[in-house]
Ligand binder design. Structure first.
Ligand SMILES: Nc1ncnc2c1ncn2[C@@H]1O[C@H](COP(=O)(O)OP(=O)(O)O)[C@@H](O)[C@H]1O
Ligand code: SF4
Ligand SMILES: [Mg+2]
Length: 384
């Protein structure tokens, strides 16, 4: 992987994150992050984000919008040959400029990741207790005896009996395995957790339990959380702030409930209309009422990349690219219809755009863009 600290401004997003609630220092700052895969797919194109300790940031968007690529870039888990530029500052230290030894240490103790599909991420032939203990021992954070004790504590912390440490992954239910993944992510007391679709494979009841567990752990331990999902309703329910991604960029950002209930960007509006209730897995690939699919990152449309699907596009949208601009207090959106309402007291309840909710088009169900390579094993093997 080539990681350089680029200062280029092409495609730069201006998502100057608003002041953190409570004035907390920013734990993570992502600045002008670009990721291009070896074949030329520009999967992330200038993303700026920040997360404070104890803060929960949701990242939403259909399959193929670049969410997992962003997460993997932040932890340097991308395949060799992938071009990554920008900065990923964790407590002020740039992960992209770190030597591999330091990255490995930071990956568990600084920032850890929970992937979707725990069955694929856990090793089927090892007891779960040994798998949770592995990073603790690897980073010499405890003796074998103390690591065993810590494993028991972690399991109980995520609602499993300590004795389950002796179980193999296939002996656990899907929800229990995802709890194990969460225990594993907490093993080295990270400051930041990145959870990539942590509940997508689970049924709605278990999904709600896991989400509450993650929320509780984040609050108790003042951990920063980035939660990735295609489901805006799940994120609005769990997170403080929301960033909506489309074609590798953040196209809308703001307080979670406001973005969910009153999106400013036509894509944000379509996504929030697509998820009337938590866990609507059928909407994963094509939100209802939104025709077509996200674009191929190797062959992006000109101008605003959303224009071929946008119900309120102007002729100029085929030509003019849009950067994030202020769209109300602590909000930003990248659309020509969005006027800066930051200074207006009435701004929050006002539709500054067309006022037309997208959704008239015929929805197309499609599995195109279904992302693969989301498992820890694949990601890990890609770095070894
Ligand atoms: N290893 C890879 N090589 C080339 N393109 C990839 C690779 N991984 C993902 N992509 C492409 O990058 C885009 C973003 O994918 P991804 O980050 O997985 O999106 P999301 O998590 O939002 O579904 C997709 O078009 C996907 O096909
Ligand atoms: S800039 Fe144009 S195409 Fe893009 S979201 Fe706004 S109206 Fe639609
Ligand atoms: Mg993904």
């Amino acid at each position: 992987m080539t990681s350089t600290n680029g200062t280029g401004t092409a495609g730069k997003q201006h998502a100057d994150a608003p002041a953190q609630p409570g004035g907390k220092a920013r734990l993570l700052e992502v600045r002008d992050l670009h990721v291009t895969y070896p074949g030329g797919a520009a999967a992330v194109r200038g993303v700026d984000l920040s997360v404070a300790a104890g803060q929960k940031l949701g990242i939403a968007g259909e399959s193929g919008c670049g969410k997992s690529t962003l997460a993997m870039a932040m932890l340097r888990l991308l395949p060799a040959g992938t071009r990554v530029t920008g900065q990923v500052l964790l407590d002020g230290e740039d992960l992209l400029g770190m030597k591999w030894g330091r990255v490995r240490a930071v990956r568990w103790a600084g920032a850890s990741i929970i992937f979707q599909g725990a069955m694929h991420s856990l090793n089927a032939v090892h007891r779960i207790g040994d798998q949770i203990a592995e990073p603790i021992l690897l980073h010499r954070l405890a003796t074998p005896g103390a690591a065993k004790k810590k494993v028991g504590e972690l399991l109980e912390h995520v609602g499993l009996p300590a004795a389950r440490a002796d179980a193999y992954p296939h002996e656990l239910s899907g929800g229990q395995r995802q709890r194990v993944m969460i225990a594993m992510s907490l093993a080295c007391d990270p400051q930041l957790i990145v959870a990539d679709e942590p509940t997508t494979a689970l049924d709605v009841m278990i999904q709600a339990q896991i989400l509450r567990l993650i929320e509780q752990l984040v609050a108790e331990q003042d951990i920063g959380l980035i939660m990735i999902s295609h489901d805006l309703a799940v994120l609005a329910d769990t997170c403080d702030r929301l960033a909506v991604m489309y074609a590798g960029r953040v196209v809308e950002e703001g307080p979670a409930r406001q973005v969910y209930e009153n999106a400013r960007h036509p894509y944000g509006q379509a996504l929030s209309a697509a998820f009337p209730r938590i866990g609507d897995r059928a909407s994963r690939f094509a939100p209802r009422g939104l025709p077509g699919d996200p674009p191929d990152p190797s062959d992006l449309p000109t101008g605003c990349t959303f224009h071929p699907r946008c119900p309120v596009a102007l002729d100029s949208c085929k030509v003019d690219d849009q950067s994030l601009r202020p769209a109300g207090p602590a909000r930003a959106a990248a659309c020509v219809h969005v006027a800066d309402t930051a200074g207006e007291s009435s701004g929050e309840g006002t539709e500054s755009g067309s006022g037309t909710a997208p959704g008239a088009g015929a929805g197309t169900e499609s599995a195109a863009g279904a992302a693969s390579g989301d498992t820890a094993e694949e990601a890990r093997s890609s770095t070894s």
